[in-house]
Write a protein that binds this ligand. Sequence first.
Ligand SMILES: [Mn+2]
Length: 336
Amino acid sequence: MTNEAIRDFEAVREVIENGENFLITTHANPDGDGIGSEIALYHYLESCGKKASIINCSSMPNNFEFLTTNHEVRKLDEDDSTAVFKEYDAAFVLDIGNYARLKEVGQLIEFHKIPTICIDHHPKEEDKFDHYFLDTGASATGELIYDLLKGLGADFTFSIANAIYSAIMADTGSFRFSNTTEKTHRIAAEMLELGVNPESVWSYIYGDIPPERISLQVEVMDKIQYDLDGKLAWVKVSKKMLERAGATSDQLEGFADYIRNIRGVKASVVLLELNDDLTKMSFRSKGDFDSNLFAKKFGGGGHKYASGARVTKGYKELIPEMLKEAKELMLITNQK
Ligand SMILES: [Mn+2]
């Protein structure tokens, strides 16, 4: 698969130079890459004497709080009135993939016609933004933030380095997924030279597992199903299962990755019941199986080995469709 790259550096530089007050945001249920990238960019803009606000449509995941010092990352609330939004000179939209994942924040950006800059490593799906700094060859949006700040001659402070390192660590599965490149490691090495402590970052992000997540893991692992001669492993997660574990749905993060690693499995799917007629699907794969194609069948998307979709159907209805699409994609994959 060839990489798609639109690095409109000059346009981004001009937007920063000419603006004073910026909004920074990322997708719903933000991950480490989204949060780390936001924080790194925030510190850079502040260092230039600009004003920046990080506002997301979802709340901040606890395990990334260590990157903040003063609640820099906020969830959109009633204080974010028209008066506030119309003051933004531009909005940086990070790690987004699909515009709809910006939810209310995206609607406000559109309503106030705020100029937008998309910084992303997901394939470009629609022409929604004014400027792009996008490269699907980048391991993480954090890597693109690094390139951008380098180009802008930024002083990489510890806060910036720690945020970039965390973003990249999160999206590369701690430097082990297929998106990890020589460049990824070079950036990581540079961040270590700036004082980042890898053990400490890892402990904050992964070494503080709440017991309810383990209970949820027990619930989920017990219900994995295998199809297509063991090449597909999938599991449905009902609201009841979350309740029994006392867990929240964000604590499912990483389960689809885990299931993909089972011997012989080429693709994994986690179907999360959000409502009677709303299901979140997480797809993972390895080898030739393309998760992005899989997710697209359900109106979603993402990367070759990791993607997702939100479908306005209950999971009971969705499972036979998922099995049918998986079977067809497995045939295509086997022909390669
Ligand atoms: Mn990402």
